[in-house]
Design a binder for this molecule. Sequence first.
Ligand SMILES: *[C@@H]1O[C@H](CO)[C@@H](O)[C@H](O)[C@H]1NC(C)=O
Ligand SMILES: *[C@@H]1O[C@H](CO)[C@@H](O)[C@H](O)[C@H]1NC(C)=O
Ligand SMILES: [Ca+2]
Length: 143
Amino acid sequence: LPLTYGFINLYVFSLSTVPLCPTGWSEYGNRCFLFQSTETDWATAESYCRQHHTDLASVRSMSENEQMKGLVQSAGEIQAWIGLYRNSWMWVDGSNSSFRHWRASEPNGSEENCATAVHADAGQWEDWPCSWKMPFFCNAGKP
Ligand SMILES: *[C@@H]1O[C@H](CO)[C@@H](O)[C@H](O)[C@H]1NC(C)=O
Ligand SMILES: *[C@@H]1O[C@H](CO)[C@@H](O)[C@H](O)[C@H]1NC(C)=O
Ligand SMILES: [Ca+2]
């Protein structure tokens, strides 16, 4: 009986809505985001994302940026790492998205090589030293 019940459950589940994102992740459009409140430097954040998920998150539209800003605000945080690095400011997950949302006069620092999405100033981005510790976003799903 429990087996049958399990089977029916699985059957119904697979016929209806199979969630795109793992439990605990946020789905925006066709993409999955994980806000990690653990504060860490950018490289550690990237390696965590690559090990467990896909990569530090690329942000490809204002709508994604707004949703991510909401997660940072809900967590009572100021800012979080995203996957933009001063290697010609490319997305580390290989995305070719040209969406950018820099704060005025950012990026500004020769010593500041990693980008954050910031909730203040309308979620605008700033570059900060990569060794700074802050929460971060991983993404998964379609590249
Ligand atoms: C960016 O990537 C998408 C998806 O792989 C592709 O369809 C598009 O042509 C690419 N755009 C550029 C400018 O390379
Ligand atoms: C870049 O801006 C930040 C924040 O305003 C500031 O602390 C930092 O000194 C600036 N760096 C340079 C190289 O101007
Ligand atoms: Ca800066």
